[in-house]
Design a protein around this ligand. Structure first.
Ligand code: KG4
Length: 337
């Protein structure tokens, strides 16, 4: 029996989860409100908040799972990519607890966690993807098309050459005066707007790579030009701007997804990362797959943002492979899949 504690502390959420033989027993997340007034995550404040949260969050995860820490087989933790100070808290805590309990540690690439989050089962008969599958990983820092051949064999076949999809949402939302992060606000506003009200520039990037910076600039210019004659332009057109922006981002995402499906012949498609919480993206991917007879894995919203359940499941695959981590391991800020 494998009982894994997963720890996630890469950005501004402190999370701990327990997985036993693939089944999620608990998943506790403490989000940090301290950053709201700054319009973005402040790294030093994030690491201090992780330090305050980590012990009670791990304790709550054990209690909710109904297990004792002595029942753990291994501790998995996010080693990167992310904010170094934040990652250090989770990494150091995992090492300390592992030494105290005499169980191994397993390091997890945060991006692998998102890709493998579809293997977290809440009940025995929950369906999981079959290898190989294509994962569209879309978050605040990444937009990647990944060919997932096995839990440890992933190939990035396309990625953004500038902004990530989440950045496009957030930066355009900022121009509209919406709070950070803007993605969820755009999502909410878009539900009431006309997606065809505005047209923005489309990228012309060959192959499977993404680009969102042209769309961002075109969105910015649309607003800049319009407010010259109508200072209330944004307030009067909030929903239409949001709906048109969201539609443009979705079109870019689906265009390359379609190219990747055709290039690989893959029949299973998964999405992951913060932007996969977007209602329009979820519907577009589900519709795209159903009209082509492809199997779609759309994560539950609670598994789209940073969570330790995905770290625990990615850790479980490595644990079962005896792929442990040395105590000398240090966190890394940057890496791709
Ligand atoms: O994976 P994630 O939690 O972490 C980072 O990579 O930072 O992704 C965060 C991103 C942010 O850009 C946020 O605006 C976006 O995910 N996001 C959304 C939605 N929920 C979160 N974007 C669009 N619609 C949403 N509903």
């Amino acid at each position: 029996m494998a009982t894994i504690l997963g720890i996630e502390s890469s950005c501004d959420d402190t999370s701990a989860a327990i997985i036993r033989d693939g089944i999620l027993l608990s998943n506790v997340i403490a989000s940090q409100q301290v950053h709201e007034e700054y319009g973005g995550v402040v790294p030093e404040l994030a690491s201090r908040a992780h330090q305050q949260n980590i012990v009670p969050v791990v304790d709550a995860a054990l209690k909710r799972a109904g297990i004792d820490k002595k029942d753990l087989s291994a501790i998995s933790f996010t080693r990167g990519p992310g904010l170094i100070g934040s990652l250090l808290v989770g990494t150091s805590f995992a090492k300390g607890l592992s030494l105290g309990l005499r169980v191994p540690i397993v390091d997890v690439n945060h991006l692998h966690g998102h890709v493998l989050s579809h293997f977290v089962k809440e009940k025995e008969d929950d369906e999981v993807p079959e290898f190989p599958y294509l994962c569209l990983l879309i978050s605040g820092g990444n937009s990647q098309l990944i060919l997932v051949k096995s839990p440890k064999d992933m190939e990035v076949i396309g990625q953004t050459i500038d902004d990530a999809a989440g950045e496009a949402f957030d930066k355009c939302a900022k121009v509209m005066g919406l709070p950070y992060p803007g993605g969820p606000h755009i999502d909410r506003l878009a539900a009431e707007g006309n997606p065809k009200a505005f047209k923005f520039a489309k990228p012309h990037i060959p192959g499977l790579d993404y680009s969102f910076s042209g769309l961002k600039t075109s969105f910015l210019y649309t607003i800049r030009d319009a407010v010259r004659t109508n200072p209330d332009f944004v307030a009067e057109n909030k929903a239409d701007l949001a709906a048109s922006l969201q539609a443009a981002i979705i079109e870019i995402l689906i265009d390359k997804l379609d190219k990747a499906v055709k290039a690989t012949g893959i029949t299973t498609v998964a999405i992951g990362g913060g932007v996969s919480a977007n209602s329009g993206v979820r519907k577009a991917v589900a519709d795209y797959c159903s009209t082509r007879g492809l199997k779609a894995f759309i994560p539950q919203r609670k598994f789209t943002t940073d969570n330790a359940a995905m770290v625990a499941i990615a850790g479980m695959f490595k644990y079962l492979d005896n792929d442990f981590c040395a105590y000398s391991a240090v966190p890394y800020a940057r890496v791709t899949v």
